[in-house]
Ligand binder design. Structure first.
Ligand SMILES: Cc1cc2nc3c(=O)[nH]c(=O)nc-3n(C[C@H](O)[C@H](O)[C@H](O)COP(=O)(O)O)c2cc1C
Ligand code: SF4
Length: 431
């Protein structure tokens, strides 16, 4: 098996991002079909397809849609295009190359869940993709694909783009909802879950860009057709964004269950000459790191990576070769989470700052014996005790880096220099 172009079949064709080009390749045909179906039948098909949310948590999409109460209230569909996790850039490719596929997937989904208003919430830094989406939305509106009585079906649905200010926490669904409401983008305690009480306190479905785009081929090929790819529990294909020390970083689509090492060696052209694999962060910076040895056994599906104590997350694979110092890498990651903590919960607000200071101290030659156990203790105390999962996301990399690469951290503390890059530069600066 190798790379597959299923969702991304036409992404290399520049015309695909225009309405005419998209239609030339069958665009909006599935919307027309879906509008003739019973909404419940679409939900059942998505359930049967086994599609799981591509935003990180991997929750079954059709099941989530089924949580909406049947109380006749208005409901909303929000597309999460915040994509701020370090290492993740696969949604960007979809929005840039196939904006109409996302719009079509959203309109089908909105029809299925009986929503008349949908938003795409996009991160502030994505000015380029935002402009492309704006244009595509305008084209679709002008063609009567968005708005009143879509394709003469009697279904009305409005769809708009909302540009956030660029904060990682606005990718968390309740933070995103607050931001969209014009409030501070801070997460809220769940329950109530957005499906019951979300945007403007009405039932709301939040789905990732890739999740919503995948609804189009599911309608075209049916659940069985979609299930031709992937594994029993991790169905379909997935876009992976690969960064770090590979020859050809980028976004690749492969069936779920694909071997991690094949993706690195075949699609990404392997490592730089003479370098050895040291570790991989398989699912965005919040996913626990795995060692080169573990990578040999890893397949890219939710189950295998969970069994290894890590996660598939958003499909952002960061490849680390032996030229990298793990203390440096963790220092960068920890800085990010401290910077992005919204500050509502004490374990997260204080813990992210404390961890960053300790790791920063080690990097600058001020590490103490006892720092590593303290880091583990702080990280342990940050898990599962906060409003949202950012605190866990900050704690997990620390736990996995320190546990799996402990000797590298110990060396740095003892020798006041990196085992890998040597270099006393930092230490000298501070003595
Ligand atoms: C701190 C944090 C940041 C998140 N950022 C994103 C994001 O950028 N994009 C995304 O789709 N989901 C993100 N999520 C997950 C969302 O809260 C939510 O689970 C997801 O959008 C649901 O869509 P899905 O079921 O299609 O995956 C984030 C979660 C957390 C805790
Ligand atoms: S866990 Fe952190 S980011 Fe999430 S709500 Fe609490 S303080 Fe904010």
């Amino acid at each position: 098996m190798a790379e597959i172009k299923y969702l991304s079949e036409h992404y290399s064709k520049p015309e695909f991002k225009t309405l005419d080009g998209y239609k030339k390749h069958g665009g909006y045909e599935q919307l027309a079909r879906a509008l003739k179906m019973e909404p419940q039948k679409i939900i059942d098909e998505v359930k049967a397809s086994g599609l799981r949310g591509r935003g990180g948590a991997g929750f079954a999409t059709g099941v989530k849609w089924g949580f909406l109460p049947n109380n006749g209230e208005p409901r909303y569909l929000l597309c999460n295009a915040d994509e701020s996790e370090p290492g993740t850039f696969k949604d960007r490719l979809m929005m840039e190359r196939a904006p109409h596929q996302l719009i079509e997937g959203m309109l089908i989904s909105a029809f299925a869940i009986k929503s008349k208003k949908a938003y795409i919430y996009i991160r502030g830094e994505y000015m380029g993709p935002a402009a492309i989406l704006e244009k595509a939305i305008a084209e679709a509106k002008a063609a009567g694909l968005i708005g009143k009585n879509i394709l003469g079906s009697g279904f009305d649905c409005d769809l708009d783009l909302y540009l956030g200010a660029g904060a990682y926490i606005c990718g968390e669904e309740t933070g995103m909802i607050s931001s969209l409401e014009g409030l501070k983008g801070q997460p809220k305690l769940k329950p109530p879950f957005p499906a019951v009480q979300g945007y403007l306190r009405k039932p709301t479905i939040v789905n990732n860009v890739e999740t919503l785009a995948a609804v189009v081929p599911i309608i075209r090929d049916g659940a069985a057709g979609y299930r031709k790819y992937g594994t029993e529990k991790s169905a379909g294909t997935k876009l992976f964004s690969i960064s770090g020390n590979v020859n050809k970083p980028g976004t690749y689509e492969v069936p779920l269950g694909y071997k991690l090492m094949d993706l690195i060696n075949i699609e990404c052209g392997g490592l730089k000459p003479g370098r050895k694999l040291k570790a991989v962060v398989p699912g965005g910076s919040s996913a626990p790191v795995i060692t080169a040895e573990e990578c040999e056994k890893a397949t890219l599906d939710y189950e295998c990576l969970a069994q290894m104590g890590t996660m598939l997350g958003s499909g952002a694979i960061i490849v680390i070769d032996d030229s990298n110092c793990m203390v440096d890498v963790l220092s960068t990651i920890s800085h990010f989470y401290h910077h992005e903590s919204c500050g509502q919960c004490t374990p997260c607000r204080e813990g992210t700052g404390w961890m960053e200071r300790i790791i920063h101290g080690i990097v600058h030659g001020h590490g103490n014996e006892g720092d590593l156990d303290l880091l583990i203790k702080i990280a342990d105390n940050m898990k599962g005790r906060t409003i949202c999962a950012l605190s866990d996301a900050a704690a997990l990399p620390v736990l996995s880096f320190v546990t799996k690469f402990r000797s590298e951290f110990e060396y740095f503390i003892r020798e006041k220099k990196s085992q890998v890059r040597g270099g006393q530069i930092y230490a000298q600066l501070h003595h």
